[in-house]
Design a protein around this ligand. Structure first.
Ligand code: ADP
Length: 484
């Protein structure tokens, strides 16, 4: 079949810039689509951290010093290209230091919406100057959700985009990028301002994500269950009407796992490798993790872990009341790696102080440690309030680290509750979002751990799961072909 010309546009992308799963997905999607033979051009903002860490970039001659007006202010951007030796996708960076050279990828600055308006417009301006006519422009989350409207308004005159179709993937509907209606002029829509959501304008806001949902030619999200959940309250978070008014249903495609990064046989971050037939390396990683975390118990004690953004979505609230009594009642260790909101940080800091040698809290973002935790733990806890897809439970499965998950979104689609009788299933799945349910789940995991044959069976089931992108990418390919 004919190769397609694709633009993947994302505010973060591995290996250049990452705060969460979006980066993993955008990076993997770009690579996998290129492997399928498509012409893939990926666009990412040139953040300060990328400037510091990736020196092999060069300016693209045709796209230098391009002026863009955002409201009354004028900016200039240039396009940079990564020297990738012509393998895989072409990766472009939008370089506009005034917007992207800041301390972090995302900010609380008052011009946050403007940064991503500029980014979105710069992508289309770059395509024009490169004479690149994409079949598909694949946008991700609120940051790039105005692209579909731009294609249908400000840039509709350009024949270059006459056949271009837009796809919006929602990685997390909780982030919508709202800004004040008084700043509508920043969008530069001119006469097309009447296509903005009028009821929102009257309420004084502009919601980027909603415009993506309304104007994209297709909307997808990152698991089938989440696709159903967001069409109704409460998980639609205000977007349920816009989603259900679309003529086509939202498509749920479970994210894949990049097993080049996340496979215990080859994991570049691990000293000790292991696999289904020989898990001795896992014990060595466990010892290493226990030592590194300053825990004081032997490797026969079950070790539970979390690697997470410390945000309300992740369900840490449930642990406030459930973990202390569990830690008193049962012998197990807990290692948590996380960055984010202070109340959760303080909870884990206090817990580590209350249970020295039993609980360790690693504060911050640490990729190598995340790999050691996956490899060295026995069980991995994800009590999410909601979880569009979730990656760590899929990583955990491959590492024989039994996921304990709430039955929501991608967690429900990727983990099956184990039945010791039949020997089927891959983890512990609980339904209700409350402390008794999570306590039940943790107790269940600890009971199964104590029953060595059951646990071995569970580990074998888990490690045999395959969520590789090779399967998932076909679904994106089919969607693009339907649209074009
Ligand atoms: P989300 O995108 O909502 O944060 P996902 O499970 O989809 O959740 O993806 C999270 C990704 O970020 C995983 O690859 C996980 O390992 C990684 N991650 C999250 N927090 C940390 C941290 N503190 N240190 C290292 N990696 C982290």
């Amino acid at each position: 079949m004919a190769a397609l010309k694709l633009c993947i546009v994302a505010s973060e992308m591995m290996p250049f810039a990452k705060t969460g799963g979006l980066a993993d997905v955008a990076g993997a999607l770009s690579r996998q689509l290129a492997f399928l033979g498509h012409e893939v051009r990926a666009f990412v903002p040139f953040y300060r951290s990328i400037r510091e860490n990736f020196k092999d970039v060069r300016g693209v001659d045709a796209v230098q010093g391009v002026p863009i007006a955002i409201g009354a202010d004028r900016f200039e951007f240039s396009l940079l290209e990564l020297d990738n030796g012509r393998k895989g996708p072409t990766v472009y960076f939008i370089d506009c230091p005034a917007m992207f050279s800041r301390a972090s990828l995302y900010t609380e600055d008052p011009d946050e919406h403007r940064r991503f308006i500029l980014f979105s417009r710069a992508v289309l301006e770059s395509c024009q100057r490169l004479r690149y006519s994409p079949d598909i422009i694949h946008c991700n989350d609120w940051h790039t959700a105005f692209l579909p409207l731009y294609l249908k308004s400000v840039y509709a005159w350009d024949q270059l985009f006459a056949r271009s179709r837009s796809v919006l993937t929602i990685h997390n509907i909780g982030y919508q990028g709202e800004f004040a209606a008084g700043q509508a002029a920043d969008l530069g829509l001119g006469f097309s301002e009447n296509r903005l959501q009028q009821s929102d304008l009257r309420a004084g806001i502009i919601n980027p994500l909603k415009h993506g949902i309304v104007f994209a030619d297709a909307v997808t999200t990152v698991s089938p269950t989440y696709a159903r959940e967001i069409c109704v309250t409460p998980l639609g978070m205000g977007m349920q009407d816009a989603l259900s008014q679309r003529h086509d249903p939202i498509v749920g495609i479970l994210n894949g796992v990049d097993y080049e990064e996340w496979d215990p046989r080859t994991d570049p971050h691990l000293e000790h490798h292991f696999h289904l037939a020989d898990v001795r390396g896992k014990i060595r990683n466990k010892r290493r993790l226990i030592e590194r975390s300053g825990l004081r118990f032997g490797d026969s004690v079950p070790l539970m872990s979390m690697v997470t953004r410390l945000a309300e979505q992740k369900g840490v609230d449930l642990l406030f009341d459930s973990l202390p009594p569990l830690l008193n009642a049962r012998l197990f260790g807990l290692v948590v790696l996380g960055a984010g909101e202070r109340r959760y940080r303080e909870f884990f800091e206090t817990l580590a102080a209350q249970f020295p040698g039993q609980v360790a809290f690693h504060r911050g973002y640490d990729e190598p440690l995340a790999h050691l935790i996956e490899a060295g733990s026995d069980m991995f806890l994800m009590p999410s309030r909601y979880e569009p897809c979730g990656l760590n439970q899929m990583y955990s499965l491959r590492y024989g680290t039994i996921p304990i998950v709430r039955k929501t979104g991608g967690l429900a689609d990727s983990v099956q509750h184990f039945d010791p009788g039949s020997g089927a299933g891959t983890g512990v799945v609980f339904e209700h979002y409350d402390a008794p349910a999570v306590s039940w789940a943790i107790n269940t995991a600890l009971d199964w751990f104590a029953d060595a044959p059951s646990w071995r069976k569970l580990m074998r089931n888990a490690m045999a799961q395959d969520f590789s992108w090779q399967h998932q990418i076909q679904q994106y390919d089919a969607l693009y072909r339907r649209l074009t």
